[in-house]
Design a protein around this ligand. Structure first.
Ligand code: GLU
Length: 291
């Protein structure tokens, strides 16, 4: 028997779902159902200041309205900080994390000061200010109560996982992609205010939940490179990664949570049916196209 196909939809309850989210959810749901697999719902609610219960409730309500039943219980990341801590401990043991005390302002000032600072597809990379701190200085700043994030030492991490170009992942068509985690640099794995980060929690959860196919918008294409590196470091399996094109409005602008008019809630209030949502996605995406 082929292994069970397991997909997931993993929204952050920081706002209402819009058509773009519905696209990801419908694709993941259909992929699982066609293969006789499982479709899982995960709420990525690590940021407790921005993730609000009414948004979680609305997500669940919207998915039910769309007819997308999920299998098993909903995983809420905020209830699993211990899992992310274990992963951080493993990375710390390998010497791959360092504390970062920088504020956004510090980072912006350093990037402005050193215009040759490395850039990746998502903008300037962390310029490494705190990587240069001595162990003693970092320890004394921690002891004095200064807030800090934990960053991945990406150079050391890439070395530890076989060197540049050693890691790859596959898409749903079987194409092999070399992972380039260096393009995102020293990402944050535990935030100052939250004891994990998107990259760490999503990687750990995809493994814990045995996700075989990650299906998400192409805005997260680059994130996959970091997730692949974390899988190598934490000895976790690598799912198949499928990205889909992002939906845009009539003016070619990406749909966003701030775009109230496009939320499923407001479309429902206007009288849209689930079939109207499916038809609109088909029209805006050119027919459930890949990214
Ligand atoms: N929680 C992420 C978001 O809402 C998606 C995570 C993922 O699909 O990997 O953008």
């Amino acid at each position: 028997m082929p292994p069970l196909l397991i997909t997931r939809f993993a929204p952050s309850p920081t706002g209402h779902l819009h058509l773009g989210h519905a696209y990801s959810a419908i694709l993941a749901h259909e992929t699982a159902r066609v293969a006789g697999g499982r479709f899982i719902l995960r709420l990525e609610d690590i940021d407790q200041s921005r993730c609000l219960a009414p948004y979680s409730d609305a997500i669940i309500d919207d998915l039910r309205w769309l007819g997308l039943e999920w299998d098993g219980p909903v995983r809420r990341q905020s209830q699993h900080f211990g899992d992310y801590q274990s992963a951080l401990d493993q990375l710390a043991e390998k010497g791959l994390l360092y504390p970062c005390f920088c504020t956004r302002k510090d980072i912006a000032a350093e990037i402005a000061r050193a215009p040759t600072a490395p850039h990746g597809p998502e903008g300037a990379l962390y310029p490494g200010l705190c990587k240069a701190l001595s162990h003693a200085e970092a320890e004394s700043r921690i002891a004095s109560g200064e807030a800090y994030a934990l960053r991945l030492d990406s150079e050391a991490a890439i070395r530890a996982s076989g060197g540049p170009g050693a890691l790859a992942f596959h898409d749903e068509e079987g194409c092999r992609h070399i992972a380039h985690p260096e393009e995102l640099g020293d990402v944050v794995l535990a935030r100052k205010d939250v004891p994990t980060s998107y990259h760490l929690a999503v990687t750990v959860d995809d493994a814990i939940q045995n996700i075989s196919h990650v299906i998400r918008g192409e805005d997260l294409r680059h994130a996959t490179h970091i997730h692949r590196l974390l899988q190598a470091l934490l000895d976790l399996p690598t799912p198949i990664y499928q990205t889909h094109a992002l939906l845009t409005d009539e003016r070619g602008r990406r749909l966003a949570k701030r775009d109230k008019a496009q939320t499923l809630q407001s479309l429902r209030q206007e009288g849209w049916t689930p079939d109207d949502v499916r038809a609109a996605i088909k029209r805006l995406s050119g027919g459930f196209a890949r990214g």
